[in-house]
Design a binder for this molecule. Sequence first.
Ligand code: ADP
Ligand code: TPW
Ligand code: MG
Length: 582
Amino acid sequence: MSIHEPAIRCETNEPLADPELTDGFHLLLDALKLNDIDTLFGLPGIPITDFLRTAQAEGMRVITFRHEQNAGNAAAAAGFLTGKPGVCMTVSAPGFLNGLTALANATTNCFPMILISGSSEREIVDLQQGDYEEMDQLAIAKPLCKAAYRILQAKDIGVGIARAIRAAVSGRPGGVYLDLPARLFSQTLPLEVGRQSLINVVDPAPRQFPAPDRVSHALALLKSAKKPLVILGKGAAYARAECEINAFIEKTGIPYLPMSMAKGLLPDTHELSAAAARSYVLQESDVVVLIGVRLNWLLSHGKGKTWAQEKGPKKFIQLDIAPTEIDSNVAIDAPLIGDIVSCMQSLLAGIDNHWQKPPTEWTAAIAERKEKNAKKMAEKLAERPSPMSFQSALSAVKQVVKDNPEAIVVSEGANTLDFARSIVDMYLPRKRLDVGTWGVMGIGMGFAVAASVVTGHQVIAIEGDSAFGFSGMEVETLCRYQLPVCVVVFNNNGIYKGTDINASGGKDPAPTVFVKNACYEMLMEAFGGRGVHVTTVDQLHQAMNEAIALGIPTLINAHIDETAGTESGRITSLNPAKTTRK
Ligand code: ADP
Ligand code: TPW
Ligand code: MG
C-alpha cells in the first residue's frame, strides 16, 4: 500500500500545509490502488479534475471520454472482461445523470462497475438552495443500481470503497453508485490515521458451492433426459467457466446453444453447437440446463410457441448465483445455486466415463437441421449483390474474425447486430460484447475503448449507422489514445433501412432515415485516424485486414443496400399491433 507524502494539491490547488497530513484525494486514490483498481474511465470537471490528474501522475491509467455515458459503458465492459469492478468518475448532476444510464445498464447486464460522482454538500442539497449542479444524486441512483453509498468523512473512504467493491462483484454482479460530496476531497487526516483507515478487500467474490443433494437431484433429472439441451449465457462467460463447461459438454455429449455474449465459450464451430438449429432444439428439447442465463425476453420467457410448451412442459435445471432468479418466468425443477465454476465442478464430479450420451436420434436430427441451415447460409454468404447485403458484407467480417480469433468483436444495431450474431463465429471466450439484456444502442465506442484498453487486443466494432451515432464522437478518444480499433459502419442510410418516406407528403424526412450516403469515414479522418469507404466485399475484407495490420484507429464506411433491412431486425414481433386509421 502506498500512502503518499502529503497531498501535492488539494481541491483549491493549494499545497497542504502540514506534511503529516493526507486528504480525501489521496485516500481515495490509495483505497482504489490498494484494491488493484488500475484504470479509471471518466470525464473531468469540478470536483474530480484534480483527482484524475493526480491518479494519472501516480501511475493509474486514466481514460477520459467525450460523454459520460460512454465512459460508464467502458467501465461496465471493463468489469465484464476483468471481473474487477470498472470505475467511472463524473461530475455532479448532469455528468452523473449521463453516467447513470450506463450504471443501470451494467446492473441489468450483471456487470460489475462503480460510478463515482462528485456532488454538492448535503446541507445545500437537502434545503434545495440551488447549488452549482445541485441534485440529490444518491436518491436518484438507488433504484437503478445494485447498491448506493455516500461517503461524508475522509476517514470512511476505506470503508466506502470496500463496500462498493464487495457490492459490485459478490453474488450477482452489478452497478454501484458512490456519492462523494466535493468537500470530502480536501478534508484532511493525520497521515497514519488515514493509512490505517484503508481496507484491502479479502475475497470480494466468494466461491459458493451448491448443496450436494441439489447436485444429485439435478444429475438425476439430466440422466432421465431423452433430448437434453444446454443454454449458455453471459453469466457463464463472466464466471470464466469455459474449462468446466467444455469438459461437461465433451463428457455428456449434450448439444448447446450459446446466447450472444456466451459465443466462444466453446468455439461456434463445435459439432455440438446447436446454434444453426435454434428453433428446433428450443421446441423439441425435454430437459434444458440453463448455465448463467435468464429466461427473459431473449428466450421468450421460457414460454409459448418458441418452446412448444403445448407438447408438454419441459424440465429446467438452472445454474445461477442469484436464488431469486429461479422461477422468475417458469417453474424450475432443479435449481443449482452457486457460482458457475463451483456448480459445474460439482456436476462434473457426478459424471463418469459411463455417462449415457443423448440418443443418436436427437443429435442426428439436430445435425441434419444444422447442415441444411448452414448450406442455405453459405449460399447467401457467397452471393455478391451490389450494393452489398448485410450477409455479403458480413462474409468478409466472418473471415477476418476467423483469421484473428483473439480480436474482440463489439456489435450493435438492429439488422447489423442480428446478422452479425448469427454469421460471425467466435472462437474464444469473452470476445464478444454487444447490446446485452436491454438491447441498448450506444454501447459501441465505450465498449470498444474498454476492450482495447484492458486487454490490449485488436477490437472490431460492427456498427449499424444509427447505433454508431449514439457514441460516434468517441472516435476522437480512439485517436487520442491510438487504440487498435477497427469500426465498420454498416451504412444503410438509416434505422433498419433507408427507404422510409414521410407519409404526409411533407418535406421533413421520415423518422427512421438519415442523410443519404453520409461519409462516416471523414469523422475518423478529422482526428487523424484512418477512414475508408467501401462498396464491395473484397474492398471491405482488404480494408479490415489493413486496419488490423496497421493497428491504428480505423473507420470503414461500408455501403449496404438501403432496402435490405427489416423493421426492428429479428424482433419485429415486439412492435405493438396497429390499426389502420380510416
Ligand atoms: P444472457 O443475456 O447471456 O442470456 P443473462 O444476463 O440473462 O445472460 O444471465 C446471466 C445470469 O448469470 C444472471 O442470472 C446472473 O445472476 C448469473 N451470473 C452472473 N455471474 C455469475 C456467476 N459468477 N456465477 C453464477 N451465476 C452468475
Ligand atoms: C438507447 C431503439 C433499436 S435498434 C436501433 C434503434 C434506434 C437502430 C437500428 O438502426 P441501425 O441498424 O443501428 O442503423 P440497422 O442495421 O438495422 O440499420 N434508443 C436506445 N436503444 C434502442 N434500442 C433504441 C433506441 C433501436
Ligand atoms: Mg442502419
